[in-house]
Design a protein around this ligand. Structure first.
Ligand code: PBG
Length: 324
């Protein structure tokens, strides 16, 4: 059966008709908002390349979390800007470090909001790499011990879930083991499974002050050209105990999101990263794009591809517009 009998336009004739046959809808439940927390009081430093995103001290972070909760967004993911950095990234696993203090404060002040933490060394090391350096290279197995300590301090502080983004081999197993050994058998791990070595992290590195001082992240983050390897990374993470698998960035990797959704029985998260946000914001500021429509179309596409969870700096704005 084809034209003129079949006319797909029949089901596009009005907004009501389109609503009836819509295949993908966004809801507040889909989102997690990333937040950057720093030391000090009453601080709200705008991030230049991400209009609407701030580095916030804990007092302002709590206000923000209350608003997120009121909007019905299930959770936030925290990134820390420590008081100081050193070679071993010691603030990452200091039980009085910025993330540990922030998690505690949110848990004391805001009910029923999931607090996720990013587990990685790059914000805490003076060289800006995601692990411990030995002989000029990021040492995989040595780094695992530090990541495990970091995750444990986050969970002890009250984190509901940990999300390792370092891309070391074996890190999910290392985290699962230390959490289980300490009685945190019920704390889930959301793994940044297919995390690509991407230009789209640029604005984040300004926000988190985590640009590597030498070299790049190509020996641990994935080659953007590889699709099959995304499946392999996700499979290994699941075997090691990952509860949620993530693809990052989102829009340039919709094929990988779709692959993970079809092949595994775990919720799939997608991280709509800083550069994806900055691109839309910049084009909208220039009047070259309708920013609001570009945002909703991007987020809908990420969900259509198979994401169950979308981590995005647009979470609040998207949810506000859904409520209208
Ligand atoms: C830490 C980390 C990064 C992002 C999330 N966790 C930066 C990086 O790997 O360089 C990027 C998030 C974004 O761009 O929004 N390793």
């Amino acid at each position: 059966m084809a034209f003129p009998t079949d006319r797909p336009r029949r089901l596009r004739s009005s907004d009501t008709m389109r609503r009836l046959v819509r295949e993908t809808t966004l809801s507040a439940d889909d989102f997690i908002l990333p937040l950057f927390v720093c030391e000090g009081e009453n601080i709200k430093n705008p991030v230049q390349s991400m209009p609407g995103v701030y580095q916030m001290s804990i007092d302002n972070l709590i206000k923000e979390c209350k608003e997120v909760k009121e909007l019905g967004i299930p959770g936030v993911i925290l990134f820390g800007i420590p008081a100081y950095k050193d070679e071993m990234g010691s603030e990452a696993y200091n039980e009085h470090g910025i993330i540990q203090k922030a998690v505690k404060a949110i848990k004391e002040n805001v009910k029923d909001l999931l607090v996720l933490t990013d587990v990685c060394m790059c914000e805490y090391t003076d060289h800006g790499h995601c692990g411990i350096i030995k002989n000029g290279e990021v040492d995989n197995d040595e780094t695992l011990k530090y990541l495990a300590m970091e995750a444990l301090t986050h969970v002890k502080a009250g984190a509901d879930m940990v999300a390792p983004s370092d891309m070391m081999d074996g890190r999910i197993e290392a985290l699962r083991e230390i959490l289980d050994d300490n009685g945190y058998t019920n704390t889930p791990i959301m793994s940044y499974s297919a995390k690509y070595c991407s230009a789209f992290y640029g604005p984040f590195r300004e926000a988190a002050e985590s640009t590597p001082k030498f070299g790049d992240r190509k020996t641990y983050q994935m080659d953007p050209a590889n699709r099959m390897e995304g499946l392999k990374e996700a499979e290994l993470d699941i075997l090691e105990g990952a509860d949620i698998i993530m693809v990052k960035p989102a829009l340039p990797y919709l094929d990988v999101i779709s692959d993970l959704k079809r092949n595994f029985d775990r919720p799939v998260a997608a991280y709509h990263v800083s550069g994806e946000y900055a691109m839309i914001m910049a084009a909208a500021q220039l009047g070259w794009l309708d920013g609001h429509r570009a945002m909703m179309e991007s987020l809908t596409s990420i969900k259509r591809a198979g994401a169950d969870i979308i981590i995005t700096y647009y979470a609040k704005e998207a949810v506000k517009s859904l409520a209208k």
